[in-house]
Design a protein around this ligand. Sequence first.
Ligand code: AMP
Ligand code: MG
Length: 333
Amino acid sequence: MDTVIYKATEENIKKCAEIIKNGGLVAFPTETVYGLGANALISKSVKDIYAAKGRPSDNPLIVHIADKRTVFEIAKTVPPLALKFMEAFMPGPVTAVLPKKSIVPDVVTGGLDTVAIRMPQNEIARTLISLSGVPVCAPSANTSGKPSPTCAKHVYFDLNGKIPAILDGGDCTVGVESTVIDFTAGAPRLLRAGGMPVETIEKVIGPVTVVRNSKVALCPGMKYKHYSPDADVFMAVPGKDIKQRMADAFDKAESEGKKAVIIAMSELKDSFENRKVWDAGKDCESYAHNLFAFLRKADDEKYSVVICQGVEEKGMGASVYNRLIKAAGGKTI
Ligand code: AMP
Ligand code: MG
């Protein structure tokens, strides 16, 4: 199968919406990362997503909608706090987990009786979903286990030949996946840190249960290897000697004949003399925006060791930390 990259013109969005409606797969831009979309109501199409990504079948997909009213067509109940959450944050980089109606095929939810729902902010995504006329289920449009794609080129690299179409809407603004909140088990619970800081959500809906450093997977996807480039990634734990630890790790790698690169935030980036450094930006929003692209660039440019500056787990820092520790497979310095 030839994979066509379509510029996101009105006509091409329409063409891609037809593909989805008729059961085909389309990768499309959202503000978080690129998604790989299919008609959520056709089980065969949903199965094709798992096959194209090589994704384990018990890792459920998020259902993307273009209109909040669709929530009531796919969720059995919507508790008052979930309504408040939807009012405040949808469209946006968030996902709500709710009890599902039977119209949602089991293959979408990995057999769970709950469904994850998201309404993207990105106009191209919303137009595509709206024109397709159906709920669109979509995981990130990468090969399972690899860093999520934040531009059309990343999607093409992973899925060329496996899907008919990629809708190119440029770079994703946020750069990490949505914040997932579960409303099905008593108090709202954070299942995945993401594009919307949990502190901002708590200002609107009150306390959200946050389990940090959990050894148990909170949501099905979390038990799998994630966000990993081929290069070996290390995360430097924040602390006063962080620069030294990063520099030492870099020197050790190079002394072993490995090509190494440091990913550091702007304030640290000049501390490493003539070592190779990529600037992640001045805050955790920029770090989130750049991280996946850097992890892919490391593979592209044949680096074998990537030393990343770790960050505190607050605000967007929580999302960056989560991606870093997974990309590193838990390896810290
Ligand atoms: P991604 O594959 O990157 O799009 O991630 C989707 C995330 O949403 C995964 O971590 C899933 O485990 C999570 N998710 C999707 N549906 C549900 C659900 N019904 N309950 C809990 N988590 C879910
Ligand atoms: Mg993913």
